[in-house]
Design a protein around this ligand. Structure first.
Ligand SMILES: Cc1cc2nc3c(=O)[nH]c(=O)nc-3n(C[C@H](O)[C@H](O)[C@H](O)COP(=O)(O)OP(=O)(O)OC[C@H]3O[C@@H](n4cnc5c(N)ncnc54)[C@H](O)[C@@H]3O)c2cc1C
Length: 596
């Protein structure tokens, strides 16, 4: 069933030639010893694990799905998932980028990030189990008490326990201010939590000894809305002081959802019936604490989009070279065959190059953001840490929404390469399209990401974060503006930078008069800024490829072709998107709801 080979060459290009991670990490005392050899070794091992252990379970996991036993409230994951997880923890993979104080390996996030791309390419549904655990780790690491850290972190880091995020309730998803789950304080300092959560990924399963649920609920007398939400650690089994499992906590899976994709991941309705929980992050400060998890998860969902784009592309490419149909318009190419392989046809190439460009753009972008996160956490200079934090905050909604929207397009184009066979389950392509769809919805829909970018991250700080990123773009443009060989890349980058500045000011002015203008512009606006980010990275990649194109390594020729395709065929949608973003709110809001 298809193939997955980790794209090590492109990962190494991004890490070592584009981002110079080795010298960047040298500035961070925590990672100063991490060199290119270490990184390459980890990626090679990760490539083996993901292609040999996880990828073979992707299609079977999709066909089989998870099994819920109502009587025991247990969930069995698809055949092979549990054993793969045992191999994963035996190899120490969950500890890769975690804090050595609690048993982690202390490697940089930028390395973990590349590994997560591979995991998601090989098997997104499986990857969500450890992926959520990593989010829970980050949340407890930042907001937990010393006692909570020493109890939970070593188990999450070793992978013995997994984690979940329990936010959504039947009547509230986007608007968490509506949530109703209640937490009653107990004399011993714990809380009894009651409520119903839905759509909880990895809420119940058979892969780990315990499950650490991070649950949002309201304390008695809490303020209305999102200001009255607190966060609780609610373990499936109450842990004894030595970390062994104690009594079963009444947080039970009532049902699992039948869904469009990611069948191998259990999406659970969780009922809390006076379950014991421990407050984390302070009373009414739950959303603040949960944001650590949510931000990690948003970057993680972007990686899911990248992973699916890459694996769909790899398989469509193999198919396009093998499948013969019709002759090239300019005359036969495969004279030994009765027809040409479909890769000769221009439009098949357009579909393949769309996925290739979106995968390579996303890889550069995500790796950059992960490196900025490493600097935010570890750089000795406070001002640099703050700059990096601002940049990560600005770019996170773009990672989440732009990459997952592009993954939907890319997986669909790759399915199209297969013609009718793409629609047939046996080939595996339709699974990628189905799996890709959820990434645009959960962790805050892509609309919500757009509102976050334009409203909170840009307009609310008067464009300060965007200007800082713009200054980097401007510096590249100024440094390379006179290089004629680069003009085909630098000119559109510079033009788009100017257009984003003007567009932002225009929407900002309109928003003063009418806040609905933000909602009307946000989605096309995010895509325009996404293209600015990609143009910036593609122009830098083109510069390196031009410098090395005579090295004899055909990788650079392919890179240049991809960048040229990007600027010729994907970037131009910015013109349409800018018109949409400028068109105002009246064309959306003037029609009364009952006239629809
Ligand atoms: C498979 C799966 C796994 C999930 N895993 C988890 C999990 O592990 N933990 C968890 O807590 N939740 C999880 N979720 C829930 C997920 O995060 C929510 O479904 C999502 O946030 C959207 O909420 P909703 O479904 O209630 O949609 P709603 O909030 O009802 O939104 C409906 C539509 O209205 C739009 N909308 C809402 N408000 C606005 C606005 N202000 N402006 C413009 N448009 C708006 C939305 O973008 C959306 O298109 C999962 C969901 C699924 C399907």
């Amino acid at each position: 069933m298809g193939q997955y080979i980790a794209p090590l060459r492109d990962m190494q290009f991004v890490l070592h030639e584009l981002l110079n991670v080795e010298s960047e990490l040298k500035q961070l005392p925590a990672h100063a010893e991490v060199d290119a050899d270490i990184i390459n070794q980890i990626l090679e091992e990760g490539g083996k694990f993901t292609s040999e252990v996880l990828f073979p379970l992707n299609h079977s996991g999709d066909r089989e799905g998870c099994h819920h036993d109502k009587a025991t409230h247990t969930v069995k994951t698809p055949k092979g998932f549990k054993e793969a997880y045992e191999q994963y923890i035996a190899a120490g993979w969950p500890a890769l980028s975690c804090d050595p104080e609690f048993g982690g390996q202390g490697l940089p996030l930028v390395v973990n990030n590349s590994f997560y791309e591979m995991l998601n390419s090989a098997n997104q549904a499986w990857t969500m189990y450890p992926g959520l655990s990593h989010g829970a780790y980050e949340c407890i690491h930042e907001h937990g008490t010393d006692e909570q850290k020493s109890l939970y972190l070593p188990k999450l880091i070793s992978g013995e326990w997994t984690g979940t995020m329990c936010l959504t309730e039947p009547h509230c998803g986007t608007d968490l201010g509506l949530l109703r789950s209640k937490a009653e304080p107990q004399e011993d300092g714990t809380y009894k939590i009651t409520g119903a959560k839905i759509f909880i990924s990895a809420g119940e399963h058979d892969m780990s000894h315990n499950i650490v649920h991070l649950v949002l609920a309201r304390l008695p007398g809490a303020p209305e809305g999102s200001k009255g939400i607190s966060l609780f650690i609610v373990p499936k089994f109450l842990p004894n002081a030595d970390g062994s499992n104690g009594a079963r906590n009444p947080i039970f899976c009532g049902a699992i959802e039948e869904k469009m994709g990611i069948h191998g991941n259990s999406t659970c309705q969780m009922n809390l019936d006076g379950a014991t929980g421990w407050l984390i992050g302070g009373p009414h400060k739950g959303l603040n604490a949960m944001f650590v998890f949510m931000n990690a998860a948003r970057l993680g969902v972007g990686m899911q989009g990248l992973g699916l784009t890459e694996v769909a592309y790899q398989n469509a490419l193999v198919y396009a070279k093998d499948r013969i149909q019709m002759r090239s318009l300019s005359g036969p190419k495969a004279l030994d065959k009765p027809a040409d392989p479909i890769i000769v046809h221009a439009d098949v190439r357009r579909m393949l190059l769309t996925a290739k460009a979106y995968a390579e753009g996303a890889r550069a972008f995500c790796s950059y953001v992960a490196l900025q996160l490493d600097k935010e956490l570890n750089h000795p200079d406070e001002a640099t840490r703050k700059d990096c934090a601002d940049e990560v905050a600005l770019l996170t909604p773009i990672v989440k929404a732009f990459i997952t929207d592009n993954a939907w397009t890319s997986t669909s184009e790759c399915l199209q390469v297969y013609g009718g066979h793409g629609f047939i389950a046996e080939w595996g392509m339709e699974q990628y399209v189905r799996d890709a769809r959820i990434n645009m919805i959960y962790e805050g829909t892509n609309t919500v990401q757009s509102l976050d970018l334009l409203g909170r991250k840009i307009l609310m700080d008067n464009g300060a974060k965007l200007r800082k990123f713009g200054a980097k773009v401007q510096a590249f443009v100024e440094a390379n503006g006179t290089n004629e060989a680069l003009a085909e890349f630098v000119t559109p980058l510079a033009e788009l930078g100017d257009k984003v500045t003007k567009l932002t000011m225009e929407i900002g002015m309109k928003a003063f008069q009418n806040p609905d203008e933000v909602g009307a512009a946000a989605v096309p606006y995010l895509r325009v800024v996404g293209h600015l980010v990609y143009s910036y990275f593609f122009a830098q990649m083109a510069k390196i490829a031009l410098e090395k194109q005579d090295s004899g390594d055909t990788f650079y020729k392919a890179k240049l072709a991809t960048v040229r395709f990007y600027f010729a065929r994907l970037y131009p949608e910015t013109a349409m998107l800018i018109r949409q973003a400028r068109s105002g709110s009246a064309n959306l809001l003037s029609l009364e709801a009952d006239l629809f």
